[in-house]
Design a protein around this ligand. Structure first.
Ligand code: HEC
Ligand code: HEC
Length: 453
């Protein structure tokens, strides 16, 4: 049990002085920091004492193991479930890193959830499965049964680069079983999604909307004024069009939006923003359970966990070598058209002033069709066209070093950076083919540069 956890649970009142506050390694607009202690990820800018205290409380909330409603001495951390996937944010996003991905055939790991969605008109909010809701909950409180189980079977595919070198990728098949409330609707799309890392998300939130929605002056070798590719992740909320930024498909508008969804759908915790769990009318035993307060996550704890994520820096590669900001091959083969090496940000200082700066996230925060290979499948087995937000590549070096078994792409099917690139098709087909046509040393140089970001 960490001291933070104890501070939150035992007294139900949090004293910010009781924990060590994360200290920024340096100030200034540079987003990348050395992560000396992974349990205390640094922030990208100097924070005033009050903000730091809120972020420290937020870190505690992030690590908190929630328990069932009305657990004695639970303080303010009760209300979990009754149906859920994990009892803390940290179980899926360990220390802000990407969740532990699938190693091989067998049950899907906890951090790889299956979202369920029935397609709706483009200007309508997303709908979950009529019986199971938005996320298949694979855990339940004692006395209840989970909604179902998920397992994966991989097939190994092999091919050769034009220069004769062999490549391998693994192709997943998802099997859903032990469905507690009958079959899924045949129209339900199964969306396997691995928990992404959370570093630098506050900086992505600070990118002005127009930098994402408007055509930009390309810095990607296609010449000035080259049109942006893909499309903004527009979401329709209460009849209004809003820009999505987070999640593998840009479905969440903000860190707070994604956080309150996670509380509701993956943990069964209500908050000020989302006042219901992911129980449907069919799930009467779920609805009949007592709740842990209205809302279950108190407002100050919600604000704090958002604040904590908002300031997280991006890990600098541990290696002594600092990678050059762009690699000529990366630009030349066309990766930078989507993985933009630079985006502007407006940073808020502690004194309320805002400063214009730039970050190097290697994403355009836009959606792209990467072809049928990566597309989701519905319960009837049909592929559905799927658009993906360009995955940010910053911090890749730290991930590759730190993660026990690093995996790539939205469902962790990629076992290496190479496999991730080989899955690029559709809009990214030309870039993938250009990559394949490099010499083996050329490909190696490019992949080594990526692994040092
Ligand atoms: C059961 C696993 C699980 C738990 C628990 C969980 N998440 Fe996540 N998280 C995910 C998955 C999967 C995604 C990707 C969702 C998508 O693409 O739609 C995600 C996405 C996110 C994102 C967006 C990241 C990005 O790069 O776009 C944020 C922010 C986030 N989670 C925060 C949280 C917080 C805060 C908590 C605790 C309140 C939490 N999550 C709990 C699995 C989890
Ligand atoms: C048309 C836009 C586009 C182009 C061009 C493109 N990518 Fe991507 N890339 C994406 C998207 C979208 C994803 C996320 C796909 C997913 O997870 O299903 C992604 C994911 C990745 C990932 C996995 C990241 C992770 O954390 O899991 C790597 C690595 C990557 N791209 C490298 C490259 C390289 C190298 C090139 C050039 C050969 C390239 N990409 C070209 C859009 C693009």
């Amino acid at each position: 049990m960490s001291p933070r956890w104890a501070a939150l649970g035992a007294t139900g009142l949090f004293s910010a002085c009781a924990v060590a506050l994360p200290q920024p390694v340096s100030s200034g607009p540079t987003s990348q920091q050395v992560f000396a202690n992974s349990r205390d990820p640094p922030f990208y800018q100097q924070l005033d004492a009050a903000t730091r205290a809120r972020a420290a409380l937020g870190h505690a909330v992030f690590n908190t193991q929630w328990v069932r409603a009305a657990t004695p001495l639970a303080g303010r951390r009760d209300g979990l479930g009754p149906l859920y996937n994990a009892a803390s944010c940290d179980e899926c996003h360990n220390e802000g890193l990407r969740g532990r991905g699938p190693v091989g055939d067998g049950p899907a790991p906890q951090a790889l959830i299956v979202q369920l969605e029935v397609p709706t008109a483009f200007d309508q909010p997303a709908k979950g499965d009529p019986h199971y809701g938005h996320v298949l909950n694979t855990a339940a409180l004692a006395g209840l049964e989970p909604e179902g189980r998920v397992s994966i079977q991989y097939r190994e595919d092999t091919g050769r680069y034009p220069d004769g070198t062999e490549w391998h990728v693994r192709v997943p098949r998802y099997l859903v079983s032990a469905l507690r409330y009958g079959p899924l609707s045949p129209a339900t799309v199964l969306k396997p999604r691995l928990a992404p890392s959370l570093f630098g998300n506050g900086l992505l939130e600070a990118v002005p909307e127009t930098a994402i929605t408007d055509p930009y002056v390309a810095t990607d070798g296609r010449g000035p004024g080259a049109p942006s590719v893909g499309a903004p992740a527009w979401q329709w909320v209460d009849g209004r069009r809003r820009l999505g930024r987070f999640g593998w498909q840009g479905t969440a508008l903000s860190i707070r939006d994604q956080t309150t969804r996670a509380f509701s759908r993956e943990m069964g915790l209500t908050s000020r923003d989302v006042d219901h769990d992911d129980c449907t009318a069919a799930e009467t035993d779920c609805l009949a359970q007592p709740n842990g307060g209205s809302p279950e996550v108190a407002d100050d704890l919600l604000d704090a966990v958002v604040e904590f994520q908002r300031w997280l820096a991006v890990p600098a590669p541990g290696a002594a070598v600092v990678a050059p900001s762009t690699d000529p091959l990366f630009v030349q083969v066309g990766c930078a058209a989507c993985h933009r090496p630079s985006l502007p940000v407006m940073l808020q200082g502690p004194d309320g002033t805002s400063t214009r700066s730039a970050i190097a996230p290697y994403t355009d925060l836009r959606l792209h069709d990467l072809g049928p290979g990566l597309a989701d499948t519905d319960a009837a087995g049909r592929k559905v066209p799927s658009l993906w937000r360009t995955a940010p590549l910053w911090g890749l070096g730290y991930r590759v070093q730190r993660e026990h078994y690093p995996t790539f792409l939205h469902d962790g099917r990629g076992r290496s950076i190479e496999e991730a690139i080989l899955w690029h098709d559709g809009e990214a087909r030309a870039a993938r083919e250009a990559f394949e046509h490099l010499t083996t040393p050329g490909r190696t140089v490019l992949m080594q540069w990526l692994a040092a970001l």
